[in-house]
Design a protein. Structure first.
Lengths: 361, 361
């Protein structure tokens, strides 16, 4: 099967072949060693990996921008206004904003712990970008396909509270400290229901790789039907994990200015904002992947299109929730996480086990 | 965070709606002390007007509160008319009453919009502002200004209503009345909104009275006191309307009272248009009033506002004392804040409808 990797591998083999030929063509004897080295296996693998990463990152960066654009446009429509207006359907507003954040001065507060302050922003951005690599767009279009991709993704995802807490603390600002504390408490409270739901999916499908999970759903049934409770639980927890309204209290701008991000400015703030949307994308992708059959769909368009269409539809519901709700309080979020979502996720797990034991699927 | 810490919310803070400072002491997220500090916007208004002739003060009175400027210039004119001892033509009284109620609606709508952002919902903000435009357009039609009208005069109003004004007002009211339902659907029927407001910032009737709360905040505690009914001015004694009260005394009750008041205001405006007689809208006023004092108090959208005027027989007031409802309501805020979470600060202070222009004067 032709995957992104194999396509790019033949491309880089060809490219490196051309380079080797060019070097040979110069007839400079001392370069012939390099020409031979260029065509060896490790160099080809290295270039291929680099190309895969670059293409994947650019693709998903664009999806991140599409998410921001989509949210702005849909929120506008929900609120009886037009949303962004710059460029084609307002799409270029994101680029304008990106350029603006890039041009801004980078300010570190005097009282902040400089090393940690910088590190935290990179930790958050880097983990969000790493997560992108774990999630395939289709059986052909992926970066890594390890057997434990799901586990790896969840593990990287749960690294974020750490970065946020450090970011909030090292800013040396009361608002950002409270925001960081809230973020950590909230993300941990919601992580457990998410993991329980993921376990139920694993029980049903018997696989920890996304391709395996979606393959099972293609063969049997979309998990949204047998595990409906799990879908709802996961959806609510996913909104909380991506820190969006009604669970955006780590950055509750009314009382905490901008929460743990208060002291970040310029391009770092822009990247943190983008990583927020990337995390929202990842949560939507997980909902699609685990419950809505991933790239499963009629064959007349590419599998990637099906996958993206479903992801965007899930994100539409995220936006809908955002415009319809107000922010809730920390204690309420913890109550929701521990006393509503956790029991629901356990019920969901029991359903999955019962279905599996009864050999319905 | 085992130690308690003081947090300055303001004077530059998204929660404040103006220049003031709320110092809160928090133990974790629970507030253990609160201390509102005002004075950042003090302009010496009461001294300033002592150097202005009586008509010159009208536009200054407009600027006491950007949210409900009409009621303030009206209050000033009411006090001045009592000093001058003149009778206002009946048509002018009807126009004034209708305008006061339109101002009340647009002030309440702006309050609702601000509460929306405080609680994290931009939908409520934009819907509130959208309906407010309807009434601002009416005021533009009437007097040419959107916020500071400069329309009331000592002895009447500046100009008669434009042609078709009644028809336009009726149209706006017909549009607006069903839309109150939309706003309630956004707030009342949203579980998170109720979670954020019910049982938050509770204050009982005795405390409300002792702390000097007035207006919707007091009526929400179950005290039936509305100056439009209990000390009628203009033509309120000829109109049929209900005083809206609620018994719970929490943020939700204060919110409900204001929503109900908007309905009542619509009723009042309709009656004014129905009963409005023909005739002059303004009488001639002498340059200097006789020696004496006068007091006038009206039901502002935010509470009971009062002006006490001393005249020494010249063309300038000797003393003009303003009682701002918000100044007193603000001083009662610690009683509401204590024991609540820091996330409740925007809910409680937002529902109080802060306006620093009149608080600091």
């Amino acid at each position: 099967m032709e995957t992104l990797y194999t396509v790019l591998q033949s491309l880089s083999e060809w490219l490196l072949g051309v380079i080797a030929w060019l070097i040979d063509w110069t007839r400079l004897g001392f370069l012939s060693g390099i020409a031979d080295w260029v065509e060896t296996e490790p160099v080809v693998t290295f270039l291929t990996t680099l190309l895969v990463a670059a293409i994947y990152f650019i693709t998903l960066f664009m999806f991140g921008l599409c998410f921001i654009w989509m949210e702005r446009k849909f929120m506008g429509r929900f609120m009886d206004r037009r949303g962004t207006q710059v460029g084609v359907l307002g799409f270029f507003q994101n680029f304008a904003d990106g350029i603006k954040t890039m041009l801004k001065e980078h300010i570190i507060p005097k009282a902040a712990d400089k090393g940690l302050f910088e590190m935290a922003s990179f930790a958050i951005i880097a983990t969000s970008a790493m997560l992108l690599g774990c999630i395939p767009l289709s059986p052909q279009f992926y970066v890594i396909n390890v057997d434990l991709a799901l586990l790896l993704g969840i593990a990287i995802f749960s690294f974020a509270p750490f970065g946020i807490l450090i970011g909030g603390w090292s800013s040396n600002n009361k608002f950002s400290l409270i925001g960081g504390m809230r973020a950590a408490a909230q993300l941990i409270a919601l992580e457990i229901p998410i993991l329980m739901v993921v376990v139920s999916v694993v029980v049903m499908t018997g696989s920890l790789s996304f391709i395996g999970i979606v393959g099972w759903q293609q063969d049997n049934i979309w998990l949204a039907f047998p595990l409906f409770i799990g879908l709802i639980t996961f959806f609510v927890a996913a909104i909380g994990e991506s820190e969006r309204v009604p669970f955006d209290l780590p950055e509750a701008e009314a009382e905490l200015v901008e929460g743990w991000q208060t002291e970040y400015g310029g391009f770092r703030w822009g990247l943190i904002m983008l990583s927020d949307y990337l995390r929202a994308y990842i949560m939507c992708a997980l909902v699609t992947m685990l419950f809505l059959g991933g790239w499963d769909g009629p064959d007349f368009v590419w599998a990637e299109i099906w996958y993206l269409a479903k992801t965007f539809i899930v994100f539409f519901f995220f936006i809908w929730v955002r415009v319809a709700m107000v922010r809730i309080r920390t204690d309420q979020i913890l109550t929701l996480g521990w006393r509503r979502l956790l029991p629901l996720s356990i019920v969901n797990l029991l359903i999955a086990i019962a279905l599996k034991t009864a050999e319905v699927f | 965070m085992s130690e308690e810490m003081w947090i300055n919310m303001g004077p530059q803070h998204p929660m404040t709606h103006g220049l003031w400072n709320l110092r809160v002491r928090v133990d974790g997220e629970t507030m253990t002390a609160a201390e509102p500090i005002v004075g950042y916007l003090h302009r010496g208004w009461e001294k300033m007007v002592e150097n202005r002739t009586y008509p010159q003060i009208i536009p200054l009175a407009d600027r006491l509160c950007y949210g409900s400027s009409f009621t303030w210039s009206h209050l000033y004119c009411l006090a001045a008319e009592r000093v001058f001892n003149i009778e206002v033509p009946e048509r002018a009284q009807y126009i004034r009453t209708a305008c006061i109620e339109m101002q009340r609606i647009s002030s309440h709508l702006m309050w609702l919009a601000a509460v929306g952002t405080d609680l994290g919902s931009y939908t409520i903000l934009l819907y509130g502002m959208r309906e407010r435009e309807l009434f601002l357009d009416l005021m533009v039609e009437l007097c040419g200004a959107r916020m500071t009208y400069n329309y009331v005069r000592i002895g009447g109003v500046r100009n008669d209503t434009p042609p078709d004004f009644e028809r336009n007002v009726t149209r706006v009211l017909d549009t607006f009345e069903p839309r109150i339902r939309d706003l309630e659907a956004l707030c009342d029927e949203c579980e998170t909104f109720r979670m954020r407001t019910i049982d938050i910032g509770k204050i009982n009737a005795a405390d409300a009275m002792n702390l000097g709360l007035t207006g919707p905040s007091m009526r929400a505690s179950g005290i039936d006191l509305d100056l439009r009914r209990h000390d009628p001015y203009e033509i309120y004694d000829e109109l049929d309307f209900d005083v809206c009260t609620h018994t719970d005394g929490d943020c939700y009750a204060r919110y409900r009272v204001r929503m109900d008041e908007m309905r009542e205001s619509v009723k009042i405006i309709r009656q004014c248009l129905e009963k409005m007689p023909k005739g002059p809208t303004r009488v001639k006023v002498p340059r200097c009033p006789p020696k004496g004092t006068a007091v006038a108090r009206v039901e502002d959208p935010r509470g009971e506002s009062l002006m006490y005027m001393v005249s020494d027989g010249t063309d300038k007031p000797y003393r003009l004392k303003v009682r701002s409802p918000n100044y007193v309501n603000l001083s009662a805020s610690p009683a509401m804040l204590l024991g609540n979470k820091i996330s409740d600060v925007p809910a409680i202070m937002g529902v109080l409808d802060m306006c620093i222009g009149e608080t600091d004067r």
